[in-house]
Every structure is written in structure tokens, then in C-alpha cells.
Design a protein around this ligand. Sequence first.
Ligand code: AMP
Ligand code: MG
Length: 401
Amino acid sequence: MIEINAALAAVRDNLAASGLETLPIEAGRGRILAGDFYAPEPSPCFDNSAMDGFAVRWDDVDGAGKDCPVSLAIVGESRAGVPFAGEVGPGESVRISTGAMMPAGADTVVRVEDTGDDGGEVKIFAVGRRGQDVRYAGEEYDRGDLLLVKGTRLFARHLAILAAAGVEEVRVFARPRVAVLVTGSELVAAGENLRPGRIRDSNRIMIRAAAVEAGAEVVYHGRVGDDLAATVAAIETAMASAPDILVCAGGVSVGHHDHVRAGASRAGFAEIFWRVRQKPGKPLFLARRGDVLLFGLPGNPVSAYVCFRHYIVPALAKSGGGQWKHQTVLAVCAAPIVNRGKRPGLVRVRLGAGGDGMAEVCGIDRQGSHMLTSIVLADGYVHLAPGQELAAGDRVEVFLF
Ligand code: AMP
Ligand code: MG
């Protein structure tokens, strides 16, 4: 039996290197950039107007005011996407739209609110400074500037800057491939006949969903009864889907009908650890064949879920090019939380809004590892040493579901 942190370290140490792939940028949302991205061109690409108004020569309008307006001839227009072809000479102006290219000869924009025009002439009633309301080429960034660093998760705003730079494809980390195999002769799927002693399989749907939530692609899912030969065959079938991680559930304890460890061994997996000093999830099993990791989760759905969250979620995050880390928040205990057990506990808790802006945390009465309500009602869990008691007002790190 090993400690929680040793088990985490073993998972981390045995993770294979992340894969890479190239995707059209619209498929890159949520994925992690595999390399730094440098600007292929400056932004803006050309001098343009920040306002709707008139492009003018500062020397013509310097000193214009409400009582002493300057009149200029309107010699053309520069629209967004349709530049003015000529040059603005002394005493001239060009009507200009936001984002439209500055015409040659002009160096300043007067916003429309500070002008009056009759179509042929414009009167300038107010000015500030030379160059006002001009956006200069390269003022945001230059060609070759670093825009996005490797490891950035691509959200809408990141896709926008890639699109603005003319990028059509992005190089990102591949999503880890997960195969799911639930074991147990008692299991039936929803819709199947529930004969006496049978139970419905909740682990398969839960693990598939948890894997997707953690950024994985589920490439296979199946179910096998409590039979060694069938378990070996099912592991091989799951392996044929070329997973990075095979997640088994159930059949990993010391029972007469628990075949996952023996089945994994016969399928060529070498054991890394079995049993972790923790509650729930003591029978947790980890094995490896080549680059593929096999997790044997306990069958009890709560144990399976808590183990998935604590050991597999950070592994999937890292495999997908992200950070190995648990999402946590610091919270204040609203009431005592106790671990009466002899093993370190991953004790389910609920979060609420605290008075001073800090989250408040309280325990959940029924923590049985067969009780799905204990994870449905919970927002996460806290680590408590055997016998540890948190008092109301204590601060504790909550691992978030
Ligand atoms: P095991 O780890 O196989 O001994 O299973 C422990 C407990 O979890 C037993 O009560 C099983 O019936 C239950 N269990 C195992 N697999 C599942 C599953 N896929 N869905 C719901 N309960 C399960
Ligand atoms: Mg079983």
C-alpha cells in the first residue's frame, strides 16, 4: 500500500509524452497551443482612422475653433476597404470612416462631431493635436512579435488574434485517447431488465463523461463480466482502439471474482502500484504496457469518481499539453469537518458563499462510497489525515469537482 502523494507521483512519472496535431483554427477552440506564435505581419497593417470624420493636414487646421472654424474642400472619400486613391493637398480634406486607410498627404483626423459640412466643403470647429485619431501601422505589434505562448489554451479571443494574423491551421497538443472498460457480472445498462441482485451500470457513463470533461477523447467503452479470460479479451479489445489511457472500473479488489489485475498482467501490463492508503479508493491499481497506462478504479461509483478526479484528471490535463494540477480553492469551514477513519480521507464537502467573500465549506453527512448522493451534493473534497478534525473558522484547501 502506498501513500496518496507517492501514487500521484507514480502516475505523473509514467505518463507518455503528449502527441501533437494540426487543426483548422475553428477546430482549435479549447485546445492547447503546441508552440509560440509570432506575428507574421504588423498590426495595424496600415495607418488608418480611429473615427468617422475627415482626414486633414494638421497645418491647415491648427488653431481652428468654434468661433474661428477652418473650411476645407472635400476632395474624396476613404471608406473601410476602399482607400482614397489621390493625395490630400493644402486646403483639402477627405471624408474617412473608422478603419479606413489614411490618404496620402493627411496626418490628422477630425471626428465628424467636430465638423459641419454641406457636401462640398467641411468646416472644422475643434482640433486637439497633430496626428489625433490616427492608428499607426505597427502601433499594436510588429512583424515577429510574440503574440501567443506555447501552452496557451485557445479560447475565442485567442482564435481571433490567429484569424487576424491570417492563420488557417494551428499546431496543438492532441487530446489524450481514453478507453473505458467497466467490469461486473451484476451490471446492466439502462433499459436492460433489472433482475434480482443486478444493478445499473453508472460507472461507464460517468467515466466517459469525466474523461471528456477533462479534455480527453473517449475512443472505446465496453463492459465485461467477472471472468478472467473474458477480462483479458476485453482489455485486448479496448487496447485495439489505441488508447493512451485505459480506465477500468471494478474487479480490482481482493474478491474471488476480481480479475482486473490478473487480466491486466496476462495482457502484458506491468503493475506500478496497487492499493493506496486513502478512503475512498483503497484498491486503486496502476499498470503500464509500453506507453499505455491502465488505471484500475474501484467499482463503487464514489470511489471511482474521486479516484478519477484525483489521479486521472491531472494526468489527462498533462497529456493534453496542459499543467499537471488539481483545481482548488481556499475556503473557511462553516462547521467542524472530521475524518474518523484510520486512512487519509478524501472527504466530500459542499461550498457556499461566505460572509467576507471567501467560500464557506461544510461536510456531507453520508459519505458511503456506494452513495452517489455524496458526490452529487458535493462540490469537491478535502484531504484529511486520519483522525484530523477541522474546526469552524479553519481554512482548508478544497479540491473542486
Ligand atoms: P467491485 O470493485 O467490482 O468489487 O465493485 C464494488 C461495488 O461497486 C459493487 O457493489 C459493485 O456492484 C459496484 N459497481 C461496480 N461496477 C459498477 C458500475 N459500473 N456501476 C455501478 N456500480 C458498480
Ligand atoms: Mg465487481
